[in-house]
Design a protein around this ligand. Structure first.
Ligand SMILES: [Zn+2]
Length: 378
């Protein structure tokens, strides 16, 4: 199955730097093909949510099986390590890891707002609580001596409950708990941030927040990289759709650029994480049990009987389907080092706290994928 991340049509802007194949299939077709012939067939016009309705709604309690082999531990690399976390348990685990110097928390996973007096989620008092909850976590990360990054939501809509990303940022700045950096995943977010910087009424505090562009902002050649720089990128993430050789030639080409801001562009490289395969802007719970706006995992079984974790970010009611096997590259130190990344990154999504610690210690899960990294290598 392709790891290409099919952005939902509800995502307002997609990368112009990236070749997105014209996919004429509807979302329900895609969900049907993901779930395979053994699943309930969808009739034309039937929505994708119905396909999920028959899925057993349960948390992922599946425990990772480890192979017994190991790669480098996070501390063995002797270079800066960033992690992204989606649960309190993962956060707890990485706060205690010496090797981790930067923690990205996902905006969609923390500070889930309560209800205000009118029963509405998020604005007013409940909005303050949301910012306060995230500020508390950012302070905790700082107290642990690490950089705190905020990863913005994948899809932002006017109808999202709670604070918009901008209001949340303003709230954090006001509380004196601005994140050190933003991990930006869409061009909407990049523009939102730059609009704020340039507007006269904008909060000047934002100028001090570094902008890291994630692999979803696809900079696969020097033209794209220079455009990302114009959009405000101060650090980039290696595209996950390039193989090792392509990453290497990208790095060399970027290094050769005359503009120092570009040639010295720092790169993060993902060495661990379940890669997202699809983002859906529709809440899959709304049509089954009804949505309670809590965050949870569900399982989607494909025709190969592989269980793919589905993350319901019901703070904002969008879903992400992850690959069943995580990308693992932390046992390929020579290849990784030759790409001269400034920092390694581990993206945690479905892992328990214990699994997070094991992975950071170098243990390799039994079932893994190399993503595109090994494509074309003999
Ligand atoms: Zn929902």
């Amino acid at each position: 199955m392709s790891q290409r991340d099919n952005l939902s049509k509800n995502s307002k802007r997609s990368s112009s730097a990236r070749k997105v194949p014209k996919d004429s299939r509807t979302k329900s077709d895609r969900i049907k093909s993901e779930s395979g012939p053994k699943r309930r067939r969808l009739n034309p016009g039937q929505t994708g949510e119905r396909a999920f309705a028959g899925q057993k709604d349960r948390y992922v309690k599946r425990v990772k099986v480890f192979s017994g082999e190991s790669g480098l531990s996070a501390s063995d690399w002797n270079m800066p390590v960033a992690v992204s976390v989606e649960t309190e348990e993962q956060l707890e685990a990485v706060l205690g890891e010496k090797a981790v110097s930067r923690i990205y928390i996902d905006e969609a996973c923390f500070g889930i707002p309560g209800r205000d007096a009118g029963g509405k989620p998020g604005k007013g008092k409940a909005g303050e609580q949301e910012a306060e909850a995230l500020a508390k976590i950012i302070n905790e990360i700082h107290d642990a001596g690490k950089e705190a990054g905020l990863r913005l939501r994948r899809i932002e809509r006017d109808t999202d409950p709670g604070l918009g990303s901008l209001s949340l940022l303003r709230g954090l700045i006001k509380l004196g708990a601005a994140p050190d950096m933003l991990l930006i995943r869409t061009f909407d977010e990049a523009m939102m941030v730059s609009d704020l910087e340039t507007s006269e009424t904008g909060n000047k505090g934002l100028n001090h927040i570094r902008k890291i562009f994630d692999y979803t902002c696809y900079g696969y050649n020097t033209e794209a990289v220079s455009m990302l720089r114009e959009l405000g990128a101060e650090e980039l993430t290696y595209p996950i759709e390039l193989n090792y050789r392509e990453c290497l030639s990208l790095r060399r080409a970027v290094r050769a650029l005359p503009d120092e801001e570009l040639s010295e562009m720092p790169y993060e490289i993902l060495v661990y994480g379940h890669l997202p395969m699809m983002v859906s802007a529709n809440c899959i719970r709304k049509t089954s049990a009804g949505c309670d706006h809590k965050n949870r995992f569900m399982i989607l079984r494909d025709r190969m009987q592989k269980d793919m974790p589905v993350r319901c970010y019901c703070k904002y009611c969008y879903n992400q389907i992850f690959n069943a096997e995580p990308l693992v590259l932390y046992d390929l130190p020579e290849d990784i080092r030759s790409l001269e990344p400034e920092r390694l990154r581990y993206d945690f999504s479905v892992e328990t706290g214990t699994e997070v610690r094991k992975i950071l210690s170098g243990a390799i899960p039994k079932d893994i994928t190399r993503g595109h990294f090994r494509h074309g290598v003999e």
